[in-house]
Design a binder for this molecule. Structure first.
Ligand code: GLN
Length: 489
C-alpha cells in the first residue's frame, strides 16, 4: 500500500477499495520497521494518526470527503503543532509543546490529512545534510547501507517520503532546503513563490527567505499538496493576497501539439563544475524538451554566482535577530546562571549547536555598526540585482531550468568544512533571494544508481506553470521511486 501515490490512494479511498485506517496502519507499520534506521522522525504520533484516520473514514462513509482526506503525511518539525512537541531539531526546544497550530499544519488538518509525526531536520533548518539536528541525522533510503545524506534541511521529510514512511511531507526552503534534499532522494520538492504559503507558526530562520512548501513522489502529488498549503493568511504580513493555487491533480501539458514555450538556460551556470552524470542527464532532458517543441534560449543572471555570498550574509543576519528570543526566559531550555545575563549565556551556549552558534556570530557581526554598510547593505544590493536580472530574463523566456545540485547524495560522514557545505547551495539560493518559485524534479539516475534532480524556475506566481513543465521532465526521466523498490522491500 505504501507504494501508492496520493492520486492513486485518493482514488482507492473514494472507491472504498481501501480505508484510511488501513492506509494509516500500513504507514505506521513501516515506521515501526524502518523508523529507527532512517531516523526520519523526531516524534511519531500514532494515536493522533489513527484518530485522524477514523475521522477520515467517517467522512468517506458520509460522502463529504475533503481534498486530501486520509493521506498520511509527515510535518517538518519546524511547524508548530498544538499539543505536539515542536523542536526545530534543537536542544533549545527539546521539550517545547506549542499551544497553537501553524497555519500550514492547520490547513492540512482542514484538508483531511492524517498526521504521522514530526520530521527530522537540521537544527533551526540551518544546514544541507540534516547533520546539525540535535536528534542525529536522518539517513537516505537509497542504498541505505552506505549511510548517505537525505539532504537538508528537510532531510527527515525526504527520508520519510522516499522510504515509504509518509505519502508526502511538508518542508521549508530558505536557501534550498526543500529542493536539495528532494533531489538527493529521487523526489519532487517545490519552493513556491514567497508569500504563497503562510509562515505563521513556522519557527523562523530568515524571515525574508523562509518558504514553506511540499515534498512528494510525483509532480501531481506535489501540486495537490501545494493546493492544500497555499492561501492568503492575515496572520502573516508577507502572505500575498494573490496567494491562490488550485488543482484537481491533473496538470495540463505546456509542451507538445504545437505548444510554444521558451525555456531559459542560465549562462553563468555553464562554467560551474558539476558531475559528468549531472551534465549528461541535464543535456538529455533539455534535448527531450526540445523535441517536444520547446525553444531553448540562453539567459544571463550576471550576479548569480554572488548569490551564495549574499545569502550567507542575509540569512545569518536575520537568523541572529530571530533567534534572539531563545533566552531561557519565556519558553524552551533554561540553564540557571548567576543573574539574568549569565542565564542567557548559559542557556544559549547549551541550547544551540555549533552551526547555529556560528550563524549567530556571523549574523551579529554583519549587523554591527562598523560592518552593516559594507556587508549587510552590499548583500541587500546584490539581492536586488539578482531579482531584477531574473525579471529581465523572464522577458526572454517563460521558464528557466538548471541543475538542483552538482552531484548525488554524499555519505553522512563526509568531512566538509562549513564553507564547503555552504557551497552546495550554489544552485538554489538565488531563487530564495528573488522570491520566485522553483521545483526540483528527478531527471534520472547517475551511474552510481543514485537520483539527480533539475530545477524548473519561473516568475513570481507562475507556480502552476513550473509544475506543468516539471511534469514533462518527470515523464521523460521515468525514474522508479517506489519505496519498496528503493529499499528492496
Ligand atoms: N543550506 C542552507 C543553509 O544552511 C539552506 C537552508 C534552508 O533552506 N533552510 O542555510
Amino acid at each position: 500500500m505504501i507504494d501508492l501515490t496520493i492520486k492513486q490512494a485518493l482514488q482507492k479511498l473514494k472507491s472504498r477499495e481501501i480505508s484510511a485506517t488501513e492506509l494509516t496502519r500500513a504507514y505506521l507499520n513501516r515506521i515501526e520497521q524502518f523508523g529507527k534506521d532512517l531516523n526520519c522522525y523526531i516524534t511519531v504520533t500514532p494515536e493522533r494518526a489513527l484518530a485522524d484516520a477514523t475521522a477520515s473514514d467517517e467522512r468517506y462513509a458520509n460522502g463529504n470527503a475533503l481534498p486530501l482526506d486520509g493521506m498520511p503525511i509527515a510535518m517538518k518539525d519546524l511547524f508548530a503543532t498544538r499539543g505536539i512537541r515542536t523542536t526545530a531539531a534543537s536542544r533549545m526546544l527539546e521539550n517545547f509543546v506549542p499551544e497553537y497550530e501553524s497555519t500550514v499544519s492547520q490547513k492540512f488538518i482542514d484538508a483531511g490529512t492524517v498526521l504521522l509525526g514530526k520530521a527530522n531536520l537540521d537544527e533551526f533548518a540551518m544546514g544541507t545534510f540534516s547533520k546539525t539536528s540535535y536528534f542525529g541525522a536522518p539517513v537516505n533510503p537509497w542504498q541505505i547501507e552506505k549511510h548517505l545524506t537525505a539532504g537538508g534541511s528537510s532531510g527527515g521529510s525526504t527520508s520519510a517520503v522516499a522510504g515509504g514512511l509518509a505519502i508526502a511531507a511538508t518542508g521549508t526552503d530558505t536557501g534550498g532546503s526543500i529542493r536539495f534534499p528532494s533531489a538527493m532522494t529521487g523526489l519532487v520538492g517545490m519552493k513556491p513563490t514567497y508569500g504563497l504559503c503562510s509562515r505563521w507558526g513556522c519557527v523562523a530562520f530568515a524571515s525574508s527567505l523562509d518558504t514553506p512548501g511540499p515534498i512528494a513522489r510525483t509532480v501531481e502529488d506535489t501540486a495537490l499538496m501545494l493546493a492544500a498549503m497555499a492561501g492568503h493568511d492575515s496572520k502573516d504580513s508577507t502572505s500575498s493576497p494573490k496567494a491562490i493555487f488550485e488543482t484537481d491533480g491533473n496538470l495540463q501539458p505546456v509542451l507538445g501539439n504545437g505548444k510554444k514555450l521558451r525555456i531559459g538556460i542560465i549562462k553563468e551556470f555553464n562554467n560551474v563544475k558539476i558531475s559528468d552524470d549531472m551534465k549528461t542527464l541535464f543535456e538529455k532532458r533539455i534535448a527531450d524538451l526540445k523535441s517536444l517543441g520547446a525553444e531553448i534560449v540562453e539567459v544571463s543572471i550576471p550576479n548569480i554566482l554572488d548569490a551564495l555570498a549574499a545569502y550567507y550574509i542575509i540569512a545569518p543576519a536575520e537568523a541572529s535577530s530571530n533567534l534572539a528570543r531563545y533566552d531561557g526566559m519565556r519558553y524552551g531550555l533554561r540553564i540557571e546562571g548567576d543573574g539574568p545575563y549569565d542565564t542567557y549565556k548559559k542557556t544559549r551556549a547549551a541550547g544551540f549547536g555549533e552551526e547555529v552558534q556560528r550563524r549567530m556570530i556571523i549574523g551579529t557581526a554583519v549587523l554591527s555598526s562598523e560592518s552593516y554598510e559594507v556587508y549587510f547593505m552590499q548583500a541587500a544590493r546584490v539581492r536586488r540585482m539578482i531579482a531584477d536580472s531574473f525579471k529581465d530574463a523572464f522577458d526572454k523566456c517563460d521558464l528557466i531550468v538548471c541543475p538542483s545540485s552538482a552531484g548525488t547524495a554524499m555519505p553522512l560522514d563526509s568531512d566538509l568544512t562549513p564553507l564547503e557545505y555552504y557551497a552546495l547551495d550554489l544552485f538554489t539560493v538565488a531563487m530564495n533571494l528573488a522570491g520566485i518559485p522553483a521545483a526540483s524534479v528527478p531527471c534520472g539516475l547517475a551511474t552510481n544508481g543514485l537520483p539527480l534532480g533539475i530545477q524548473v524556475v519561473g516568475p513570481r506566481f507562475s507556480d502552476m506553470r513550473v509544475l506543468q513543465l516539471a511534469k514533462h521532465i518527470e515523464e521523460c526521466a521515468q525514474i522508479d521511486n517506489r519505496p519498496t523498490k528503493i529499499m528492496g522491500k
